[in-house]
Design a protein around this ligand. Sequence first.
Ligand SMILES: Cc1cc2nc3c(=O)[nH]c(=O)nc-3n(C[C@H](O)[C@H](O)[C@H](O)COP(=O)(O)O)c2cc1C
Length: 371
Amino acid sequence: MSATLFSPFELGPLKLENRIIISPMCQYSAVDGSASAWHRTHIGNLSLSGASLMLLEATAVEAAGRITPNCLGLYSDANEQALAGVLDEVRQFSDMPIGIQLSHAGRKASSTPPWLGGSMLTAENGGWRTHAPSTLPHSDNETLPLELDRAGMARIREGFVASARRAERLNLAAVELHFAHGYLLHQFLSPLANQRGDEYGGSLENRMRFPLEIFDAVRDVWPATKPLGVRVSATDWVDGGWDLEQTVELARRLKERGCDWIDVSTGGLSPHQKIPLAPHYQIPFARAVREATGMKTIGVGLINDAAAADKVIRDGDADLIALARAVLWDPRWPWHAAAALGATIKAAPQYWRCEPRGANRVFEGASFGQR
Ligand SMILES: Cc1cc2nc3c(=O)[nH]c(=O)nc-3n(C[C@H](O)[C@H](O)[C@H](O)COP(=O)(O)O)c2cc1C
């Protein structure tokens, strides 16, 4: 029998209860990189959703790697302590495994939050000069980034290592490295952003070098008993840019190095991208990577419908699905999917009594009585 959305799965050494993952979602609500009361509410809320793993938002490995001044970081003792406080509370009522996405925004750093327009933040308004593989801006009219030199690259690599060590001290269950959405490591991969003349630019081999060095450095310090994955953009959606063929080659290299999953997204590198948005539009990329490499894959993007999500797993298009907008809209999406598909799911006992008539025994082990 083929697997279903509610069948268990092993992500490397991590046992997952079902195939639903909460996709990383920036909250732009940190203070100097430190988690705030918003994170208590947000992470607490989603930790009750019944998904099998939550990946925390893109978390910067150095202050200059934050997308906005309000982005989460894991580059200081204060950042680590603040997140420890949030996680200690959440873990009192949820045993959902929580992982984290580690990131550096490169030339897409120093922006305003989306609800303030998401444009480049000038120095007068609290912004900073960004770094990138080459002195090419993300969009025309933006201040040029500075080209990263070897010292800068070594500093960023150490930032990833130090943040991974902090993630381990926080007892996080998994780390995902952000190679997607036009941020620094995607900038190294894509010929549209990387026009370096040294051994980190030019050929595919050279463009993959820095991201793979970062992967190796993190793999060295992140325990072998915990999974380490990578999120990629499988295409830039621009002719002459990063594409599926190169993604497959990257995935092969990552597999050899002990990468436990590939989370297959697309786009984000160029304002010239032309994306054919439609339900499940990125799933064929996940399937192609899975077929070509045999890697465990996460499919993501415009997944809303439970039966259609179940079909992704049944058809072997991906091993897992990640939800972002659908689970913000309906934080009990996994409960409702379980009800629709006739499956059971774990829920906090405080909520067991909410099951409506007709939704028969969705909650695992639920029973209650009253005088
Ligand atoms: C509010 C919000 C914040 C996001 N932040 C991140 C992020 O931190 N890292 C990331 O890789 N993707 C991020 N994304 C992209 C999602 O993880 C996901 O890939 C994308 O939204 C497509 O899935 P969806 O159709 O289920 O929303 C974000 C999306 C949303 C809506």
